[in-house]
Ligand binder design. Structure first.
Ligand code: WTA
Length: 652
């Protein structure tokens, strides 16, 4: 069946960075003919090098690759200093607080703030090039200053999303051996203060922490504990800092940041991104995919704790000298008109959010966009999970008023930036479809067995067959895990290629639709959650003997978490509701609210092969109330399947 195709808006295309498919194809051809020449031309044009590089790409130690070897640059200089000459009074960041408080930070102010912050880290905390700094912050401008201050002095930041618990924070601090944590007392959500500093205190409370100093931005001025000699107020220390700190010349392949993400084991991976390749692609994709012009205002609603916040709130927009909006609050508060009110007020031109947010805004405020003048919008983006056609249509017709391009951007923490996405002035779009690889990205859907590219109408594994500048450089402290996680599953012409972990298919036009993860990672509200991570947390409950976690489709969140729990003590539960609460409490403590289960069922056992492997496919089918079609005769105890099915039927 041929699905609807929407052509780009011709008025928009006329001024777009990439204006039509001929231009797209020409770029792709150039990349195919002369891959290194393609990247060299952009690296030379886009990056302000302190010292030129000598080699574009070194694959001699693949899959460990090196880009722009020999070059020196500084990412904070690329994002801030170099704009001062032409844009010193331009808004770099427009901040709106939860309670409606506003702040506009110009490039010159950003420059001073980052310099002062960098001096503080250096002088007061002794932070040096290569040191790890954990940032556990709300969505306030100081979070961006902190990132850029680290980049300025060559420290490696590792941001931990503010919704993670003390345990999760501690794991990440310890794995990265961070010597400093930057946090805030707390911030505001739905007009009420919430706290972060106490979580840091708890994370550091077990002794033996590598953390020597904690910097606290006082945002909500609620009472917090101060540990003498360890905790310092940013608001106090910053006052005496000089507004000039020379940017550290960094090698192209020095690490820029770590960002922990879920994989298929219980322990999150510290995804490492390096300097030049990352910032180059962040900037290029901002220009191509969002088509941001000099006078535009761009808003991405993500949190800086995720890769989207890194690349498309801070690094990408600032590298290109754009105005980026930062929002502390909740998108549906005080009502589902909040984002459209902000679009009207700031005359936002590009709006980027997750399908979960689109579904909530659609469901709770279908007509809200019509109450505001949102005619400034030109490009609407979506990211993080597959978007369903009804949500896409509402976004296109009601928010975009059938004139905006929708860019369904497919990418990952590991890819650093967009991989497959429409170009708003060029690509004819199709509902809920990520369309085509971006120029320069050799993304292909491969057959996992043969490594051959699959044909039209066929599904396979979403792979990237050539290295690209912003690709993950390593898993912190674990090179073997890096190889095994990404280069183990699919081989093309006998050579291991990067596998994203996602399944995908081509349509008759070669358009790519991402169908979701093929591994044990589930996508809850666009947040990656490893089933093994949730299982490890649940196992900490003293009464739990065994557990298996699967994803289950959820109307708003995309996927919800469904846990099958086998209890010790012959599975008798005195009070199921209480037991469910107790298990969720453990999850809250170990990971945070984002991993709380939507369903917990107490099963008599789990379907396992004779070698003890849990058959998650069976459990996924049961969770979705689908018939179990797999052969269950090889199970250790086939009767367990029927028992679980009956149990779930009784519940419904
Ligand atoms: C999923 C977020 C469908 C995918 C940037 C991927 C998507 C995981 C899309 C990465 C999309 C991201 N359509 N699925 N447009 N974008 N995904 O690392 O499963 O938090 O592997 O990065 O989100 O999640 P991560």
């Amino acid at each position: 069946m041929l699905k609807e195709i929407y052509q780009p808006n011709p008025e928009f295309s006329a001024n777009a960075a990439i204006k039509n498919m001929d231009e797209y194809n020409a770029l792709m051809d150039k990349a195919k003919e002369d891959y290194e020449g393609f990247w060299k031309s952009f690296a030379d044009e886009k990056i302000d090098w302190f010292k030129p590089y000598t080699k574009v790409l070194d694959e001699s130690n693949a899959p460990f690759v090196r880009w722009f070897e020999g070059g020196k640059l500084n990412v904070a200089y690329q994002c801030v200093d170099r704009h001062i000459e032409k844009r010193k009074n331009k808004a770099a960041i427009i901040f709106e607080g939860d309670r409606g408080d506003k702040q506009v930070i110009t490039y010159l102010e950003l420059y001073y703030n980052v310099n002062r912050f960098a001096n503080l880290l250096k002088e007061d905390f002794g932070v040096k090039k290569g040191d790890r700094v954990v940032i556990y912050m709300p969505m306030i401008p100081e979070a961006a200053y902190a990132m850029l201050a680290c980049a300025r002095i060559g420290a490696i930041h590792s941001i931990v999303f503010g919704g993670f618990s003390a345990e999760a924070l501690r794991d990440r601090i310890e794995d990265a051996e961070a010597k400093v944590v930057i946090t805030a007392d707390g911030a505001y959500r739905k007009e009420k203060p919430y706290m972060l500093k106490p979580v840091v205190d708890e994370a550091l409370s077990h002794g033996n922490s590598p953390v020597q100093k904690v910097l606290v931005v006082e945002r909500n001025n609620e009472d917090v504990e101060w540990v003498a000699g360890r905790d310092y107020s940013y608001n106090e220390l910053i006052k005496s800092k000089a507004a000039k700190c020379d940017p550290e010349p960094m090698d192209s392949e020095d690490p820029l940041f770590l960002l922990y993400t879920s994989g298929s084991t219980g322990k999150p991976k510290g995804v490492q991104h390096n300097q030049a390749g990352y910032i180059l692609w962040a900037q290029m994709t901002m220009e191509w995919v969002f088509d941001v012009k000099e006078n535009d205002t761009y808003w991405c609603t993500a949190d800086i704790g995720w890769i989207t916040g890194h690349t498309y709130i801070v690094y990408g927009p600032l590298a290109m000298g754009a105005t980026t909006v930062m929002f502390e609050g909740v998108i549906t508060y005080p009502d589902a008109g909040r984002p459209w009110k902000m679009v009207e007020e700031y005359k936002i031109n590009q709006f980027y959010t997750a399908p979960t947010a689109i579904r909530v805004l659609h469901k709770t405020g279908e007509n809200e966009p019509n109450n505001y003048d949102i005619s400034s919008l030109k490009v609407l983006g979506t990211v993080g999970e597959p978007i369903d056609p009804p949500a896409w249509k509402w976004y296109y017709e009601v928010v975009g008023q059938s004139k905006c391009a929708i860019v369904d951007t497919y990418w990952q923490t590991e890819t650093g930036g967009h991989i497959v996405s429409p170009l708003p002035g060029a690509t004819p779009i199709k509902p809920a479809c990520a369309t085509l690889p971006l120029p320069g990205i050799m993304a292909e859907i491969l057959d996992p067995q043969t490594g051959a590219k699959v044909g039209a109408g066929e599904s396979g594994y979403m792979c990237i067959t050539r290295p690209w500048p912003s690709q993950i450089r390593g898993v912190w402290g674990d090179p073997e895990r890096f190889k095994k996680s990404y280069f183990g599953d699919v081989k093309k012409d006998g050579v291991p290629v990067y596998f994203t972990g996602d399944g995908a298919n081509y349509d008759e036009n070669g358009y790519i639709t991402i169908t979701g993860r093929t591994d044990d990672v589930i996508n809850v509200s666009g947040h990656r959650m490893g089933t093994a991570e949730v299982e490890a947390a649940i196992k900490k409950h003293p009464n739990v003997a065994e557990v298996a976690v699967v994803g289950k489709p959820h109307e708003i969140k995309g996927e919800g978490i469904f846990a099958y729990v086998v209890l010790k003590s012959d599975n008798s539960v005195a009070d199921e509701v209480e037991e469910v609460k107790a298990i969720n409490k453990v999850i809250q403590k170990e990971i945070g609210n984002i991993a709380i289960c939507d369903d917990i069922v107490f099963a008599p056992g789990l379907p396992k092969t004779r070698s003890g492997k849990i058959m998650r496919r069976i459990l996924r089918a049961i969770a979705k109330s689908e018939a179990v079609t797999q052969d269950i005769s090889t199970l250790e105890d086939p009767s367990v399947v029927e028992k679980i099915e009956n149990m779930i039927k009784c519940k419904c």
